[in-house]
Write a protein that binds this ligand. Structure first.
Ligand SMILES: [Zn+2]
Length: 268
């Protein structure tokens, strides 16, 4: 099977992180959020890589009809292209947070370029009527000490996830996305889904096809509510139910958890 160049590059990128990772990321790990308080029966649904005019409105409608809020880690160039979707998120009470300007491999960037990416995205988010972002989810979940410090200096805390990624971007089937997401969910959990594809402006093309995520969203909401979890945004999870740093951290650096959770690093 011939793998797309982007997939091979992403695999290489994750391999480099794996080899260099522990010493490079150990310090930064102390400041990266990955789950909320374990004694709070709340779970945060998060959507990365959009907004995307094909899928995002449908996801927003599902959230609205279920009377729940979620968090959208948006890519800046998409926020700039589709400000009406950002405005709708705000009206609905959803949180709009930072996922870089162009879904870059940020740890490979120059510090100045990384800072510009976050600032440019924040400006696009604010221009669409949303509050300044206070959280940053690094593309591919990859971070380094300096990227965490830079994000914090801009008022944005770095957040990843607690539930192992379902591989939803590969469209494995709604059943699998739901099963994998539910298998790892606990109180204070953070679930990742995707309403776009690495911030591509791909409306009307297969790259923007997120039908499985749309159906999975509706099913996950029902399943999580049946388990008596309250669905909250990332700001609510961390600000209304503050956790000690030790609770928020994983015992294993999170970037090393990427491959172990069955994720090849090609998305998130
Ligand atoms: Zn992403």
């Amino acid at each position: 099977m011939i793998l797309p160049v982007s997939t091979l590059f992403n695999a290489w990128f994750l391999a480099v992180l794996w080899v260099l990772g522990l010493p490079l990321f150990a310090v930064a790990h102390q400041h990266v959020l990955s789950r909320g308080a374990a004694d709070t029966p709340a779970v945060a649904l998060t959507f990365d890589d959009g907004p995307n005019p094909d899928a995002t409105p449908q996801i927003l409608t599902i959230l609205e009809q279920a009377h729940v809020q979620a968090t959208f880690f948006v890519v800046g160039r998409c926020a700039q292209a589709y400000p009406d979707l950002i405005a709708r998120m705000v009206r609905d009470g959803d949180a709009v947070e930072n996922h870089s300007w162009g879904h870059e491999k940020t740890v490979l960037e120059l510090p100045r370029a990384f800072r510009r990416s976050l600032q440019r995205t924040a400006r696009a988010i604010e221009a669409a009527g949303a509050p300044p972002p206070r959280y940053f989810r690094p593309p591919y979940g990859a971070y380094a000490t300096w990227t965490v410090k830079q994000a914090q200096s801009l008022g944005e805390r770095v957040v990843r996830w607690s539930v192992p990624l379902s591989g939803d971007w590969r469209q494995p089937g709604t059943d699998i996305i739901v099963q994998r997401s539910l298998a790892g969910v606990k109180s204070g959990g953070i679930v990742v889904l995707h309403d776009g594809d690495e911030g591509k402006l791909c409306a009307g093309t297969p790259a923007c096809d997120r039908r499985q995520d749309i159906v999975a969203t509706a099913r996950l909401i029902g399943e999580l509510q049946a388990r008596h979890f309250r669905l909250v945004t990332i700001p609510t999870l961390f600000e209304e139910h503050p956790v000690s740093r030790n609770v928020a951290r994983d015992p294993v650096p999170n970037h090393l958890r990427v491959d172990r959770s069955g994720h090849d690093g090609s998305s998130a």
